[in-house]
Design a protein around this ligand. Structure first.
Ligand SMILES: [Zn+2]
Length: 451
C-alpha cells in the first residue's frame, strides 16, 4: 500500500541535515520510497493521500530509557534524592505483578505514541518472585500499542545484606537472573530489520547489582548478539559509593567489567570526568540523556555537549514516570536544550541537535541507525506529522523551532512501519478509555498490596 504525504515541511534528520520547506514523502508498505522538495510525483495505482499543508514531518521519535511499570506509581517521593526516592518506592514495587505491569506499560506506551514516539526502550528490573511473567506482560503491551519496543530484561542481585540499596526480598539470585534473561532473549528477541520487539540485557546499576552479574550479563549479551544497558554515573552518591568500594569512578568500574563498547548504552551519565567523556566517545558507548528526570531528582546536568563533541552517541529518554510524571518525549527536546545551555551558554545546543538526539541519536544508541531515525529512502516508515497551523504555532518562522521550543503541536499522524498508530491526536490501536480504567485499577491494587 502506498501512502503519500504531500505539500509538507520535512525535516529529514539525514547526515546532511536536509530540510524541505515544501516537500513530500512517499511510503511503500513499511518502507520510505522517496523524499524530496516540491509536490509528490503523481501516483497511478491505489494510494492514501495526506495533504500535509501547515504541518511538519519528522522521523518518529526514539525513547532510549524508560521504566514503564512506573506509570502505576507516579507522584511519590516528590522532593527526594535518587537514593531516598528508591528507598521509598522499592516497597511499593514489591507488589508488582504481570497484570499491573501490562496495564502500566500499555498506558505509558500510549503516552509515548501521542508524543510522537515510534520506538521505545524499556528497562524492567523489578521481578518479585510471586509477580508472574512480567516480561511477557511488558512485551504484550508493546504489541498492543504498536510502537517498536526494545525490552531490556533488567535485574538486581545485591540486596541490603550485601551492601546494596534494594531490600533483600526484591532481588533475584545471580544465576537465576541470568537464566531468566537468556530465556527472555530466546522467547522474544527479533533481530529482523522491521522488528517490533528486541530484547537487551540490563542489570540495574552498580549499587543494586554484583560485579558477577555485570560480567555475566555482558558475556550473555555478546554471546546472543543483543545489546547492553544499565544506569551509570547518575548521582554524586553513586560516585562516592563506587570510589569507596572499588577505588575508581563508575565509568572506570564499567570499563573494568567489560561494560564500555558500541553495543552498550548507559542511562544518565551525569557525573563524568573529562577522561570518562573521552572513553565513552572512543568506545562508541551510548548515553540515554534524561533531562527532566535529572531535574526532578536534582542529580545535575549531563555533559551532553562534551559527549557529542567526543563522538559518543546520545539519545533522549523520559526515564520512568515515577521520576518524570509527564512521560512524553516532546518535553525532553526543550529540556535538553535548556540544560545544555545552562551548562554551556546559548551555543551549547541547537534546536536541530535536540531533534537529532531524539531521532538519529536514539537510533544509534539502540543499534538501529540503518533502519530508523531519519527520513531517507529504504528506511522504515516511522514518521510523525505535526500540525503547526493552529493558534499555538501559526506564523512561526521555523517549524523545527516550533516543535522543539513551542508548545507540543497536535500530532496529526504517527506511522510505525507505515501503519497508523495515532491519527488526529488519538491513539488508534487501543481504546484510551480502556487503558485509563486498567491503569486506575492497577495503581490502586499496587498501593493496596504495599500497605
Ligand atoms: Zn532509569
Amino acid at each position: 500500500m502506498i501512502t503519500v504525504v504531500d505539500r509538507v515541511a520535512v525535516s529529514t534528520v539525514d547526515a546532511a541535515g536536509t530540510e524541505h520547506a515544501y516537500g513530500h514523502v512517499v511510503v511503500n508498505g513499511d518502507t520510505i520510497r522517496s523524499v524530496g522538495a516540491g509536490p509528490a510525483p503523481a501516483q497511478t495505482g491505489p494510494h492514501t493521500y495526506v495533504d500535509g499543508s501547515g504541518c511538519l514531518l519528522t522521523p518518529g521519535l526514539v525513547n532510549t530509557h524508560h521504566h514503564l511499570y512506573q506509570w502505576a506509581t507516579r507522584g511519590f517521593a516528590q522532593d527526594a534524592t535518587l537514593f531516598e526516592w528508591l528507598t521509598e518506592l522499592y516497597p511499593v514495587w514489591r507488589g508488582l505483578d504481570a497484570g499491573i505491569t501490562h496495564a502500566a506499560a500499555s498506558a505509558g506506551l500510549a503516552r509515548l505514541a501521542v508524543t510522537g514516539c515510534t520506538t521505545a526502550a524499556d528497562h524492567h528490573y523489578v521481578f518479585p518472585s510471586e509477580g508472574g511473567d512480567q516480561f511477557d506482560a511488558l512485551v504484550g503491551a508493546g504489541g498492543r500499542i504498536g510502537i517498536r519496543l526494545h525490552a531490556v530484561r533488567g535485574s538486581m542481585d545485591r540486596g541490603q545484606s550485601h551492601g546494596g540499596l534494594p531490600p533483600d526480598n526484591l532481588v533475584e539470585d545471580t544465576e537465576a537472573a541470568l537464566v531468566a534473561t537468556e530465556k527472555a532473549i530466546e522467547d522474544h528477541h527479533d533481530p529482523a530489520r522491521s522488528s517490533l520487539i528486541r530484547v537487551a540485557v540490563g542489570p540495574c546499576s552498580p549499587f543494586s547489582v554484583s560485579p558477577e552479574l555485570m560480567t555475566g550479563a555482558a558475556e550473555l549479551a555478546r554471546r546472543k548478539g543483543v545489546r547492553l544497558h544499565t544506569h551509570l554515573a547518575e548521582t554524586v552518591d553513586e560516585e562516592e559509593q563506587c570510589q569507596a568500594e572499588n577505588g575508581c569512578t563508575p565509568t572506570e568500574y564499567a570499563e573494568r567489567l567489560g561494560w564500555l563498547g558500541d553495543d552498550v548504552w548507559l542511562a544518565h551519565t551525569v557525573h563524568l570526568s573529562g577522561d570518562a567523556v573521552k572513553r565513552l566517545g572512543a568506545t562508541g558507548t551510548g548515553s540515554a540523556h534524561c533531562p527532566t528526570s535529572n531535574g526532578r531528582l536534582g542529580t545535575g546536568t549531563a555533559p551532553v555537549r562534551d559527549l557529542l563533541d567526543a563522538g559518543a552517541p546520545v539519545g533522549l529518554g523520559v526515564d520512568g514516570a515515577a521520576s518524570n510524571e509527564d512521560g512524553g518525549l516532546v518535553a525532553e527536546l526543550r529540556q535538553s536544550v535548556v540544560q545544555a545551555r545552562q551548562r554551556g551558554g546559548p551555543k551549547a545546543m541547537t534546536f536541530r541537535q535536540a531533534l537529532w538526539m531524539a531521532t538519529m541519536g536514539g537510533a544509534r544508541c539502540l543499534g538501529r541507525e540503518d533502519e530508523i531515525g531519519s527520513i531517507e529512502p529504504g528506511k522504515l516508515a516511522d514518521l510523525a506529522l505535526w500540525r503547526l497551523d493552529g493558534v499555538d504555532h501559526a506564523g512561526i518562522t521555523d517549524p523545527v523551532a516550533a516543535l522543539v521550543f513551542g508548545p507540543q503541536p497536535p500530532l496529526r499522524l504517527l506511522l510505525v512501519g507505515g501503519r497508523t498508530v495515532v491519527a488526529d491526536g488519538e491513539l488508534r490501536t487501543a481504546p484510551a478509555d480502556d487503558l485509563a480504567r486498567e491503569l486506575t485499577a492497577a495503581s490502586a491494587k499496587l498501593i493496596e498490596v504495599s500497605k
